[in-house]
Design a protein around this ligand. Structure first.
Ligand SMILES: C[S@@+](CC[C@H](N)C(=O)[O-])C[C@H]1O[C@@H](n2cnc3c(N)ncnc32)[C@H](O)[C@@H]1O
Length: 269
């Protein structure tokens, strides 16, 4: 669907950049709450994904080493302008939050404010955040999700057709997104809009995940183990049915020979 693409996001957020702060400022108390919970220390590497105009920067303590990224180049320009007054140690880059151009285990904190309900593939985004996070690193999320166990009523599903095109998905669930990662839930608070706006903190496990690219034993990834198990399964089946298989192969070869011999005999060669 054309509206669930980076191209559409870049187009609409380019249009919204000049007026974004008028709406984005409304979330200030929740930005503060989320960032305070992360207890960012001086010198820590902090990554903002889908940073927008950089409204979060006002709440990040001085001394952090910040990388603010966004898909929309005009938003990234705005972050630079904002930081002229704030004076953070800041790098800004245009980057797709679903495919981060960053090394694994290279950041201490990831901030995901108002992005998981907007980005085309929120699972890819959270998995990328997990990949770049150091063991024990923290993720701060502030976003709108359907409250757990609640079904979206009909009016809400219809409204979502417009909000999804213009601004954001109002019917996304957080739990299935989290299920695709190995991240640990630290806290989850319903802060506004009858529990629809949430401030969530996640943590990367301290042990090295199996799929980690820096893992020296990375041949033992979950995917490789699954493929090996499948291969062994097929091998066991082949051993079990080897008599039937060899008969099948022999009769196929016989059939094939007869198929080519008949036309050859007819042509007299
Ligand atoms: C609702 S705004 C949130 C901005 C900011 N995080 C905030 O809290 O104010 C969503 C932002 O996500 C950005 N965005 C959309 N798709 C993206 C993607 N695939 N990768 C990175 N950023 C994306 C948009 O350009 C926009 O700046």
């Amino acid at each position: 669907m054309i509206f669930r693409t980076n191209a559409w996001n870049r187009f609409r957020y380019t249009l919204y950049t000049p007026v974004y702060d008028a709406i984005g400022r409304w979330f200030a108390p929740y930005r503060r709450q989320s960032i305070d919970q992360l207890a960012i220390q001086p010198g820590e590497r902090v990554l903002l994904i889908g940073a927008g105009t950089g409204l979060d920067l006002e709440h990040i303590p001085k001394g952090a080493d910040i990388l603010a990224t966004d898909l929309t180049p005009l938003m990234v320009q705005q972050i630079k302008v904002r930081n002229r007054l704030l004076g953070h140690q800041l790098e800004v880059r245009v980057m797709d939050g679903q495919n981060l151009d960053l090394d694994a285990q290279s950041v201490d904190v990831v901030i995901l404010h108002l992005i998981l309900a907007v980005i085309p593939d929120p699972v890819a985004c959270l998995r990328e955040a997990e990949r770049v996070l150091k063991p024990g690193g923290r993720i701060g999320i502030m976003d709108k999700f359907l409250p757990p166990g609640e079904q979206a009523p009909m009016w809400r599903r219809w409204t979502n057709i417009f909000t999804f095109i213009l601004a954001t998905d109002i019917n996304r669930r957080f739990e299935p997104i989290l299920d695709h990662t190995g991240l640990e839930l630290v806290s989850d608070e319903q802060v506004a809009w009858r529990g629809n706006l949430r401030v969530i903190q996640l943590r990367a496990p301290l042990s090295t995940p199996l799929n980690d690219q820096t893992n020296p034993f990375r041949i033992f990834t979950r995917d490789n183990l699954r493929d090996t198990a499948l291969f062994l399964n097929y091998l066991a089946m082949a051993m079990l049915f080897r008599n039937a298989l060899s008969r099948l192969v022999l009769s196929s070869v016989g059939l094939f020979r007869r198929l080519i011999e008949v036309p050859l005999m007819k042509s007299g060669t």
